[in-house]
Ligand binder design. Sequence first.
Ligand code: HEM
Ligand SMILES: *[C@@H]1O[C@H](CO)[C@@H](O)[C@H](O)[C@H]1NC(C)=O
Ligand SMILES: *[C@@H]1O[C@H](CO)[C@@H](O)[C@H](O)[C@H]1NC(C)=O
Ligand SMILES: *[C@@H]1O[C@H](CO)[C@@H](O)[C@H](O)[C@H]1NC(C)=O
Length: 364
Amino acid sequence: MPVLTRDQKSNMKWWFCTFLLLVQFELYMVSAILPLNPVKDLVKPLGAPSILSPQDFLSLSYYHKTCPAAEEIIHRKMKAWFLKDYTLAASIIRLHFHDCAIRGCDASILLNHRNSERRAYASKTLRGFQVINEIKAELERKCPKTVSCADILTAAARDATLLLGGPFWEVPFGRKDGKTSIAKEADLVPQGRENVTALIDFFQERGLSILDLVVLSGSHTIGRSSCYSFMHRLANYKGTGRPDPTLDRKYLRNLTRSCKWSSNLVNLDITTPKTFDVKYYNNLGKKKGLLSTDQELYSDPRTAPFVSAFTDQQPDLFFNQFAASMVNLGNVLVYTAPNESEIRLDCNYVNPAPSKKAKRPRRG
Ligand code: HEM
Ligand SMILES: *[C@@H]1O[C@H](CO)[C@@H](O)[C@H](O)[C@H]1NC(C)=O
Ligand SMILES: *[C@@H]1O[C@H](CO)[C@@H](O)[C@H](O)[C@H]1NC(C)=O
Ligand SMILES: *[C@@H]1O[C@H](CO)[C@@H](O)[C@H](O)[C@H]1NC(C)=O
């Protein structure tokens, strides 16, 4: 056997490490591109014709030719807002969920007209619209009529997660913006008082699994809730005349003190409210989940095994699965006829119909 020189050895080490990284990257990309549960053969939601297979429409390289700077611009703007007000990061993640949950990820939540989703009861505490508006304005300057509002919101939610110390994942692009947005549909989004069966059904109707439900609820490791969303737990829970017995006594007293007004805000994760970590799952084991929909994931036999898998011992598992489930969430697309979708110019409004003037043949 020839003896290797030091240079050759370090060269081999380098190749070996690169090889390992490539294998990891490949595994990661495969898991990112193929959602755990293909979305196509699932129930159609809300009277829409069908759920699309995201693989047919979305791709990681969608804007590589038409707007190579898109992701960089989104990230730079998201970061600037985050440094001004870090609470916007959580709000953007939630905004993305509320978008994808109704009519798929089509930016229908951003439309701002009478009776639109954004004006719904369930949307009252949504925030972050101005972040998306500012990103859109910049993208319209750099690559006009190219990047959809739905894609901007999806990428911004990924960047928000990363800025909070959470995982990174590649975002497939190519979503179109919808033209329809109806307030009463937005009120179907779970609001914190549902039972686990209702949560599971809601997710499964959108092609998302019980695992997706538990891992995406892990978003409540950051952000805040208004007292209104959990006040039913503090007294006379389900008509018992007592507070929710699955709520820790000290925590209950603390919450009661913090909730003079139902619009007061409380951290969703009492342990590490500003960090994207697994403490949310640990809290559930100590009766310190804030929403009853969070706490019940701990005790229901269908969701409990996932909750225990994500506690302290397995932080990597949570991060990897969160990345995969966020890709699944971003892949929730609902069929719309070609004339029902577009690249919006202003995320708040459907594009104006082409004016008759523009159609008149030019002279000369
Ligand atoms: C499983 C069903 C879910 C329920 C019942 C639920 C419920 C809620 C409620 C009630 C709030 C507080 C709203 C308020 O009163 O101000 C909230 C906040 C939040 N939710 Fe969820 N949620 C669910 C799933 C999700 C998912 C899937 C995500 C993200 C992928 C998410 C991300 C967030 C974030 C980040 C906040 C904090 C928002 C902020 O600080 O502005 N939630 N959620
Ligand atoms: C769960 O909620 C649904 C919808 O609100 C309701 O129809 C069902 O009876 C509830 N199930 C249980 C076990 O409480
Ligand atoms: C109540 O919660 C706040 C914020 O999490 C904390 O600073 C405070 O120590 C808590 N008080 C009690 C009595 O648990
Ligand atoms: C799209 O086309 C369908 C049928 O061709 C029509 O019923 C619908 O109103 C059109 N939608 C818009 C927004 O023009």
